[in-house]
Design a protein around this ligand. Structure first.
Ligand code: DC
Length: 229
């Protein structure tokens, strides 16, 4: 079967990465979590005191951006890739509410998007990749052979994120998470550059009432169809 590019876009916390990671493992493709890349930049900015109550110090972040090296390494235990920032594994730190609260404004900055999109194109140039994000099918790989746009109701997405964070022992409330999900939807879909939108040729999947195995089977079927064309 031919190697293809698979673009999975959609709203935050709708299970895109779970689906994408599972498919990558099953078909031996490389999985790239582009949200993790924007989260890594956000963590870097937080560590350097570039995000305060007054906003983001864009000038300083732009200057320091070339110092940020983002890579992925397969975690033998989980069978999934972990995110590294300048050689340090940051997989846990980038999933906190602190990073979730600040990531959308960072991801809306043009110079940050430009750098990340360049890196994503480089990572995916050999095909055989599954990339998940917001603008993969529209901006990063508009020629991807398979484009999926995933969505679910905001309540369902907030509940999933709440369950995930509380299972990890993080203290948070459902209402706080719902507000964050809605706010990220708003910023992600209204920003000027690379806004979250469905590509015209994307297949829409509303997984509000689907189990993970059902989504997995659905995506595998889409892959077989697209790779056989
Ligand atoms: O998928 P996620 O929740 O980890 O993404 C974190 C944030 O990064 C999200 O609020 C939007 C942004 N993002 C983006 O702007 N473009 C992408 N390709 C992926 C994520």
């Amino acid at each position: 079967m031919k190697l293809i590019t698979i673009a999975i876009d959609g709203h935050s916390s709708c299970g895109k990465s779970t689906m994408a990671k599972d498919l990558a493992k099953e078909i031996g493709y490389i999985y790239i979590d582009t949200g993790a890349m924007y989260r890594a930049v956000t963590l870097f900015a937080l560590h350097h005191g570039l995000i305060t109550d007054d906003g983001i110090n864009e000038q300083a972040l732009r200057k320091l951006l070339p110092d940020i090296m983002i890579t992925f390494q397969l975690n033998e235990q989980t069978g999934r890739p972990d995110t590294y920032l300048n050689g340090v594994c940051i997989e846990k730190e980038i999933r906190t509410m602190e990073v979730s609260k600040h990531v959308s404004p960072v991801a809306a900055l043009g110079f940050v998007r430009e750098a990340m999109v360049d890196l994503q194109r480089l990572m995916g140039e050999a095909k055989g990749v599954i990339m998940d994000g917001r603008d993969i099918g529209t901006v990063v790989f508009p020629d991807a052979e398979l484009k999926v746009f995933v969505t679910a109701s905001a309540d369902v997405r907030a509940q999933r994120r709440y369950d995930e964070l509380t299972a990890k022992g993080e203290k948070c409330t459902f209402d706080e998470i719902l507000a964050n999900v809605l706010e990220r939807d708003r910023i992600d879909s209204t920003r000027a550059i690379g806004p979250l939108r469905q590509a015209e040729d994307a297949i829409v999947l509303d997984n509000s009432n689907m189990t993970i195995p059902e989504q997995k089977a659905w995506l595998l079927e889409q892959y077989h169809r697209a790779a056989a064309e």
